[in-house]
Ligand binder design. Structure first.
Ligand code: 8ID
Ligand code: ZN
Ligand code: ZN
Length: 349
């Protein structure tokens, strides 16, 4: 039975905090499903959204969250290919027009009409959320909802970013912010894809986690006297990693990467620090043939592939489960950079 009211975490105004309260259960439109969200990962994007860090307009009041894993409990009249009881996931890309040239060529995250879960529409920090049938992630029956939740943004995004890096099996990838939610996933995807990783983050707890996850080397940006030299030294011939995946939430590392990336290498920007700019020496960019690019979530095929790595047992990044009612505590820890891996909220608590 679908209740009329449900528990949710609501951002009432930009800057937060979230308030835990009862709100109405939404009703799905003709092309939508109603999902009983069981677990949701907490992404740093949710904190950026609450703080108003980004230049695009946001819905307010807002239910955030875009790593929601749950079960379909109702569907609109046009939805024929999802059954009640099926496991599905809410991801950042809630919907897109399906008919612009980006949508037609499977670049739907670039759609000018893109709708974003937990940003322009209510997301997964509630017990019942709406998903567009065409865009919800299909979660195989054998996958646990709590452990797959972080794949729906963190896993998908780093998998896509690693593909966009152009790195080949046997090459080295530096992962900046390796101890965070995206970073811990990135180490596992990189390993599964045949890349060696140089993990960069701060502190001993994150060092231990990165090494357990399979990083070949760890550079501590807090204690290193020279991050650029240390990253180059960690690479197999001292000439730097082939690719850099920038997942950090501060501007500094975005300026630094061009100094240690290998010649002809690629820097992939994924993290979205507020008001940040890229800066790289033109001389080096030219004479060392450096590529600098962005990567933004992934399309529906990337989603299916990222989930399949997980289904095959290749992705085991650590997460901690906490009640949805404790979301504000997670944001505090995240703000302080104290989370190794990911937090997943349980919507029943
Ligand atoms: O599609 C996209 N491009 C996309 C998708 C999902 C998330 C982008 N993001 C963005 C988020 O909005 C956020 O800006 O990626 C960023 C990272 O998200 P996250 O992994 O959820 O954040 P986190 O768990 O807080 O991890 C960030 C890590 O960066 C480290 C921190 O210690 C933390 O472990 N870090 C920082 I801050 N400065 C660093 C530095 N100078 C650093 N690591 C290395 N060097
Ligand atoms: Zn996210
Ligand atoms: Zn479109």
């Amino acid at each position: 039975d679908i209740p009329k009211e449900q528990w949710a975490q609501v951002v009432e105004k930009t800057g937060g905090p979230v308030s835990y309260k009862q709100i109405p259960v939404p009703q799905p439109g003709p092309d939508e499903v109603l999902i009983n969200v069981k677990y949701s990962g907490v992404c740093h994007t949710d904190l950026h959204a609450m703080k108003g860090d980004w230049p695009i307009p946001i819905k307010m009041p807002l239910v955030g969250g875009h790593e929601g894993a749950g079960i379909v409990v109702a569907r609109g009249e046009l939805v024929k290919d999802i059954e009640l009881g099926e496991q599905v996931g809410i991801k950042w890309l809630h919907g897109s027009c399906m008919n612009c040239s980006f949508c037609r060529t499977a670049d739907e995250p670039l759609c000018p009409e893109a709708q974003l879960s937990g940003y322009t529409v209510d997301g997964s920090f509630q017990q019942y959320a709406i998903g567009k049938a065409a865009h919800v992630a299909r979660i195989p029956k054998e996958c646990s909802l709590e452990s797959i939740a972080p794949i729906l943004c963190a896993g998908l995004t780093v998998y896509k970013g690693l593909k966009e890096s152009g790195a080949r099996a046997g090459q080295e990838v530096a992962i900046v912010g390796a101890g965070g939610g995206l970073g811990s996933m990135a180490i596992q995807y990189a390993k599964a894809m045949g890349f060696h990783t140089i993990a960069i983050d701060g502190g001993a707890e994150k060092e231990q986690m990165c090494k357990e996850l399979g990083a070949a080397a760890y550079v501590d940006f807090k204690s290193s006297k020279n991050v650029v030299e240390d990253v180059k030294k960690a690479s197999f011939d001292g000439l730097g990693p082939q690719a850099v995946l920038l997942l950090a939430v501060s501007e500094g590392p975005f300026q630094q990467a061009s100094h240690y990336v290998r010649s002809r290498g690629t820097i992939v920007c994924v993290g979205l620090p507020a008001n940040a700019f890229l800066k790289a020496p033109v001389f080096d960019t030219v004479t060392r043939m450096i590529n600098i690019k962005g990567s933004y979530v992934g399309n529906r095929q990337d989603t299916a592939e990222a989930i399949d790595f997980f289904r095959r047992g290749l992705i085991k990044a650590p997460y901690k489960v906490i009640g949805l009612s404790k979301l504000q505590d997670v944001f505090h820890l995240m703000e302080e950079g104290k989370i190794a891996g990911r937090y997943v909220v349980d919507t029943s608590k």
